[in-house]
Design a protein around this ligand. Sequence first.
Ligand SMILES: Cc1ncc(COP(=O)(O)O)c(C=O)c1O
Length: 400
Amino acid sequence: MSNATPPESPLRVAERVRNIRISATKLMPMLAAKVGGCVSLGQGVPSFRTPDHIVEAVCRALRDDPTAGRYSLQPGMPALREAIAADILARKGARFDPETEIGVTVGAMEALVMIMLTVVERGDEVIIPSPGYASHAEQVLMAEGVPVHVPLRAADWGLDVDAVRAAVTPRTRAIIVCSPGNPTGGVYDDADVRALCDLALERDLVLIVDDTYDYMVYGEAPGTPRFSPVSQPELRRHVITVNSFSKKYALTGWRVGYVAADAAWMAELLKVHDATAVCAPTVSQHAALAALTGPQDCVDAMRTALTVRRDLTCRRLDALAPHFTYVPPRGAFYAMARYTFTDADSMTVARRMLEEARVITVPGGSFGPTGERHLRLSFGMDEAELTEAFDRIQHWVAAL
Ligand SMILES: Cc1ncc(COP(=O)(O)O)c(C=O)c1O
């Protein structure tokens, strides 16, 4: 018998996983950890701590409720589903039965995966207004579908309904609607969303509405009415909506979100939830319940802070002209900064900025082809970190 180690047989990874990638948003902080001493305009994590009353409610539940550490009912705790249904009714005027039409999930992320696996057949096309949230495309690929990137309007990152209409083919199954948008900070006009609803009805498409940032539109009082496909009764079976507690209530690490859909869809979606997560973490459901039913002044305070950070970001980007141009963000907490000082691709520029200026950004190309020649800047961090990041960029650009 030889002592030689036998050659390893190649790893046979399934195509659906070979086809997907870890998003650049998560990769950049890993690279930054190797570089050291970086400040971040990278990952979309607001700097806020989980509000005290939410922490208290979870501690209380863990102390006093013997079921707080156990699995919840598979679709989620009944009290939380009721609170979610009441919140959707109050904010969007849509009625969902908490018994059969709300599912609590492991972040909006799990909800999106449940939807893709349930709606998308192999080879089905899903239209993603681009640049769009990178994970949407990966989730479509994971479901063996085909992401079809349709450019947003460059002037304001609004929806180009004519371009979306032109992209619809007999294989089109769904359209992603994410407004306010990540990575653009763009907010779609009501008229354009209405037109998209007409298109969904006409061509029998599903609108996958990702409302993760629906609480954060600058210059708009909370509760300002905004057209939502969710509230249109004739679209009941054409709309599946997800939302997240992550950003609105500073609960990114708790991993809790939800999906709301017609009962017929929900029965199918919950099969995927059962096969993947069983239920969302029960302690996190307690956190979400406290978030929804407790005082909302923490959200107001975060909105106010984000408004200050947005204004700071715009001022600093203005000062970086003509090296960068950008569309002032109308929502969420992102800006796409278009660089004009090089023809290099966005990954090369983001890596150079990381290594030479020690500032983390996300290459725009990772959000679809329309994102190339941009860097996504997240302004979720506090003013001191934002100021330091922009000071470093300013020195770096001056020395180019
Ligand atoms: C548009 C969008 N959808 C979904 C998510 C995921 O949210 P969650 O933390 O609830 O999984 C994010 C997170 O950045 C996002 O930006």
